[in-house]
Design a binder for this molecule. Structure first.
Ligand SMILES: Cc1ncc(COP(=O)(O)O)c(C=O)c1O
Length: 291
């Protein structure tokens, strides 16, 4: 049985209970973050917490995040995941339990903080090397998806629509632009330049996306942030998604048509290697600091 964190206490998951009046349950009034751990070492936890803080400010949820780093480590440890190749902490903060109103509770309530840890795995090399498929689906989300709210129904419906079409994932399309995936950022390669949508209210500023941009620039890989028209995908030589538990995920087919020659291309491979090297460097730096 996994150990979860709820409102300051660790407990077996079966003992965790949340009020039916919780505004997260009733209104989707909350935020979440998913932070990866590699062999017990957090990867970019500071960036995940920074994004969370931005969301808390936007939602005007008053919560002191100072204990969250320790909580993340504790959950990994209590669930026996310190040695796991890949694990993660899912954390959700809602405004709290209060009589259901569309306005904020008049008597301030304590936010509900729930978190769990679990293992995840990267696809086997044979699978990754074949690449994945995607289907374009209309983006029906609101215009502040840069805030990582728990309101994921449009994402779930889009993912399901792609799955129903036999694809592995969805590319959300707004006004003819390939915005991002249902749970990952989207990239396309034109010539030798990897292109991804700029940060606006229409994408989630992925931590993986940001790290890839930074590392690519450092390594001299050409990158550009600009909208990608769906019609342009015909001329893309490669496509891929980026995200916390997807890392760099090659897309070799969109809407049943091959991208480029339909195989995983060199820019995708290079960026994947660069990303994994950053993970390795983070692990080593942590181990050196702890020794
Ligand atoms: C819609 C969406 N875009 C992009 C991402 C990737 O963000 P990150 O790299 O921080 O995991 C996510 C992750 O949950 C997401 O839900």
């Amino acid at each position: 049985m996994s150990t979860v964190y709820l409102n300051g206490a660790y407990m077996p998951k079966a003992q965790a209970s949340i009020s039916p009046d919780d505004r997260g349950f009733l209104l989707g009034d909350g935020l979440y973050e998913v932070t990866p751990f590699y062999q017990g070492v957090p990867f970019a936890l500071d960036l995940h917490l920074k994004r969370l803080l931005k969301g808390l400010c936007y939602l005007r949820i008053d919560y002191d995040v100072s204990g969250l780093v320790a909580m993340h480590h504790e959950l990994i440890s209590r669930n026996g995941l310190a040695g796991a190749e890949r694990s993660m902490v899912y954390m959700q903060i809602t405004r709290g339990a209060a009589p259901r109103t569309h306005y904020f509770p008049e008597i301030p309530v304590t936010p509900t903080v729930y978190a769990f840890a679990k293992e995840w795995s990267r696809p086997a090399d044979e699978v990754w090397n074949l690449g994945f498929s995607a289907a374009t689906v209309p983006d029906r989300r609101w215009s502040r998806v840069d805030i990582k709210t728990i309101c994921l129904l449009p994402n779930a419906l889009a993912f399901q629509a792609a799955k129903d079409k036999g694809a592995d994932d969805a590319i959300l399309v707004r006004d003819g632009v390939a915005i991002e995936g249902a749970h990952q950022n989207f990239w396309a390669v034109f010539g030798d330049t990897a292109v991804t949508h700029p940060v606006t209210g229409h994408i989630l500023p992925g931590i993986t996306r940001g790290i890839l941009l930074e590392e690519a620039r450092e390594a001299g890989v050409s990158v550009e942030e600009r909208p990608i028209q769906v019609e342009e995908l015909e001329f893309a030589t490669e496509c891929f998604f980026s995200g916390t538990t997807g890392e760099v995920r090659p897309v070799v087919e969109v809407d049943g048509r091959p991208i480029g020659d339909g195989t995983v291309g060199p820019v995708t491979r290079r960026l994947s290697d660069i990303f994994l090297a950053r993970v390795e460097a983070t692990k080593k730096a942590e181990w050196v600091a702890a020794s």
